[in-house]
Design a binder for this molecule. Structure first.
Ligand SMILES: Cc1cc2nc3c(=O)[nH]c(=O)nc-3n(C[C@H](O)[C@H](O)[C@H](O)COP(=O)(O)OP(=O)(O)OC[C@H]3O[C@@H](n4cnc5c(N)ncnc54)[C@H](O)[C@@H]3O)c2cc1C
Ligand code: SF4
Length: 510
C-alpha cells in the first residue's frame, strides 16, 4: 500500500521529512491551492502569486523525478476549497493509499486542524518534525526551561556552538559573539546601493499572475513589478548575488533607510527560506565562506548569520512555546484602530509613506522599516494588536504566523509584556532621522516636538510614555526616558496630550 504525501505551500523543499522516504512507485503527492488558506486573511497579491507559482514549479520538479503528483489549482472547478476535503477526495480517487504523511505545519491553527484528521478521515495521519529548522520546538522548550528571561543572545550562542558557524574551537571567531555595535551606520550621501536583478518570469508565473489578478484583484498590493524567484535554482542565484554584491556592506547599513531604496543590502531571502526554496544552513555557510575567503568582513557576516540562526530560530521557538495564549495578550491594553493609510500609503509622514509604498509594490519592507517605522507608529498610536498582526500577516510575502506574530505582537508592539524584548522599541522622530534621509523630504519637522508641523513620532512618543507610565516606569531599562519625562512641565505635558489626541483623531486612530 502507498501513502498520500501532502506537501503544503511553505514546504517546497526536496529534503522535506514527508518526502524523504517517499516511493514514486507507490506513493502519491498532493499539493493544493485552496481558497481556505489563500483567503483566511486577504494576503498581498504578490504573496499569493509567489506561493502558487513556486508550488506549481515544485510539483513539476517532483513529476520530472517520476512522482505521481495530484495538483489542484485554485481555478479548477473541482477545487473543494479546503485541505482536508482535497485529502479526502484524493484518498478516495487514488487506489491503494493506506494513510497520509505530512511534515508539521508552521501555524498553530492548521496544526490543531490536522490533529483532528485521523478521526475525520478514518486513516492513519503521520505528522513528521520539520527538520528544516535548526532547533526543534522541544529543544527550544528545553533551553527555555527555568530561565526567567528568554534572551536571544544566549540562545544564539548555543546555535553557534551547535552549528559550528564562525567558531574557532570553543570560541567565537574574532573573539566576540556579536558585532552589532558596528552595524548602525547611515547611508552616505550620494551612495548607490547594489542593483538587484530579477529573474525572468516563466510562462507558469505569467499564468499565475493572471489568475491572481482575476481572483484576488481587490487584495492589497500591486503585481506590476513581480521580482520573486519561484524555483530553487533562481533562489540560489539570488543568494549568490546577495553574497557577492550585498553582504560586504550588509552589516554597516543593516539599520539604514533611504528614500526610493527599498532593498539596500538586505538579502531578500526570507520568502525563499520560509517557503522552503532555500535552507538556513546553506545560506549561513555561503556567508561564512565569504568571510573565510576575505570577500566580506566579520561584522557583516556575523550580523547576517545571527539573524538566521539566532533571531529566526528564537522567534519560532517562542511561537510554539507560547501559543495559543500568546496571541491573546495585550500588555499595554491597546485598542485603537489601524489608520486607513496603512492600506493606501496616503500620509504626509514621509517615512510611513515610503515603507508602505515598498510594501505595496514588493510585499517587502526591510526589518527597520517594519520595526521602527510602521511598527513603531502602531505602538505609539496604541493600535489594537489584532489589527496590526493581521496587517503584517497580509502584506509581506514572507509572513506566516509562526514568524510574523512574535515579531509584530512581541517585538514591535510589546503586547506580550516583555517576552521578545525587555522594553518596547518605542522611538521618536530622532531615531528615524538618524538612520535615514526621510525627514528632509517630509512636510513635518523632525526637530519640532509640539505644534502644527511637529513630527508625529515626537508627539506620540511622549504621549505613549505618559499613557503607559504605570506599566513602564518600573522597567529598569526605561529609567532615562522617565527621568526626561519628569523634566517636562505640566503645561508641556498637557499640550502633548491635547495635540496627540487631535492628531490621532485626524488619522482615524481614535
Ligand atoms: C513587525 C515585524 C514583522 C515581521 N514579520 C516577519 C514575517 O512575517 N516573516 C519573516 O520572515 N520575518 C519577519 N520579520 C523579521 C524581518 O524583518 C524579516 O525577516 C526581514 O526583513 C526579511 O528581509 P530579508 O530577507 O531581506 O532579511 P535580512 O535583513 O537580509 O536578514 C536575513 C534573514 O534573517 C532572518 N531574520 C532577520 N530578522 C528576523 C526576525 N526578527 N525574525 C525572524 N527572522 C529574521 C530572515 O530569515 C531574513 O531573511 C518581521 C519583523 C518585524 C519587526
Ligand atoms: S519628520 Fe517625522 S514623520 Fe516625517 S519622515 Fe521624519 S520621522 Fe517620519
Amino acid at each position: 500500500m502507498g501513502t498520500l504525501r501532502l506537501v503544503l505551500g511553505d514546504q517546497l523543499s526536496r529534503s522535506l521529512s514527508s518526502l524523504a522516504d517517499a516511493d514514486p512507485k507507490r506513493d502519491v503527492v498532493l499539493m493544493a491551492e485552496v481558497a481556505e488558506e489563500a483567503t483566511y486573511v486577504r494576503h498581498h497579491k504578490q504573496k499569493i502569486a509567489f506561493l502558487f507559482s513556486a508550488m506549481r514549479h515544485f510539483a513539476a520538479e517532483l513529476e520530472a523525478e517520476g512522482f505521481t503528483v495530484r495538483y489542484r489549482t485554485i481555478d479548477d472547478p473541482a477545487n473543494r476549497g479546503s485541505l482536508v476535503e482535497e485529502v479526502r477526495a484524493t484518498l478516495t480517487s487514488e487506489k491503494g493509499l493506506s494513510g497520509v504523511c505530512v511534515t508539521a505545519c508552521g501555524e498553530y491553527r492548521l496544526a490543531q486542524e490536522i490533529g483532528t484528521w485521523e478521526q475525520e478521515l478514518g486513516c492513519p495521519v503521520s505528522v513528521l518534525d520539520d527538520d528544516r529548522f535548526l532547533a526543534t520546538p522541544a529543544a527550544f522548550a528545553a533551553w527555555a526551561q527555568g530561565r526567567k528571561q528568554l534572551t536571544m543572545e544566549y540562545f544564539y550562542r548555543e546555535m553557534r556552538k551547535k552549528t559550528g558557524l564562525l567558531m574557532d574551537g570553543a570560541d567565537p571567531v574574532g573573539g566576540q559573539w556579536n558585532y552589532d555595535a558596528e552595524n548602525r551606520k547611515k547611508l552616505p550621501k550620494g551612495y548607490t546601493p547594489p542593483h538587484r536583478p530579477a529573474p525572468t518570469l516563466t510562462q507558469q508565473t505569467q499564468n499565475v499572475l493572471a489568475v491572481v489578478e482575476e481572483r484576488f484583484g481587490d487584495h492589497f498590493g500591486t503585481l506590476t513589478d513581480f521580482r520573486y524567484a519561484v524555483t530553487r535554482d533562481d533562489a540560489l542565484r539570488a543568494l549568490d548575488h546577495f553574497i557577492e554584491d550585498c553582504l560586504p556592506n550588509f552589516g554597516d547599513y543593516q539599520d539604514a533607510m533611504a528614500t526610493g531604496e527599498d532593498f539596500l543590502h538586505h538579502s531578500l531571502v526570507s520568502a525563499y527560506l520560509n517557503a522552503g526554496l532555500l535552507g538556513p544552513l546553506e545560506i549561513c555557510e555561503a556567508a561564512e565562506e565569504a568571510y573565510q575567503s576575505g570577500a566580506a568582513p566579520l561584522n557583516a557576516v556575523e550580523g547576517f548569520i545571527r539573524q538566521i540562526i539566532g533571531w529566526r530560530e528564537f522567534i519560532r521557538g517562542l511561537y510554539w512555546l507560547k501559543m495559543p495564549q500568546y496571541k491573546e495578550t495585550n500588555a499595554l491594553k491597546a485598542t485603537n484602530a489601524l489608520p486607513e493609510f496603512y492600506w493606501t500609503g496616503e500620509t504626509d509622514m514621509h517615512c510611513m509613506a515610503e515603507a508602505i509604498r515598498a510594501t505595496r509594490d514588493y510585499a517587502y519592507a526591510h526589518h527597520i522599516q517594519r520595526l521602527m517605522v510602521t511598527g513603531n507608529f502602531a505602538l505609539l498610536a496604541g493600535v489594537a494588536p489584532e489589527a496590526v498582526n493581521e496587517w503584517y500577516l497580509i502584506v509581506y510575502a514572507d509572513a506566516y504566523e509562526w514568524v510574523q506574530l512574535p515579531n509584530t505582537h512581541g517585538m514591535a508592539l510589546w503586547a506580550d509584556g516583555g517576552i521578545v524584548g525587555t522594553k518596547p522599541y518605542a522611538a521618536s522622530g530622532a531615531y528615524i532621522n538618524r538612520m535615514s534621509n526621510y525627514c528632509s523630504s517630509c512636510r513635518y519637522i523632525v526637530s519640532k516636538k509640539t505644534g502644527e508641523d511637529a513630527c508625529p513620532f515626537n508627539l506620540l512618543y511622549w504621549d505613549f510614555m505618559m499613557r503607559n507610565e504605570k506599566k513602564l516606569r518600573a522597567n529598569p531599562r526605561m529609567g532615562m526616558v522617565f527621568r526626561n519625562l519628569d523634566k517636562k512641565t505640566d503645561t508641556e505635558k498637557k499640550t502633548i496630550r491635547k495635540e496627540s489626541r487631535a492628531l490621532l483623531q485626524s488619522f482615524g486612530v481614535l
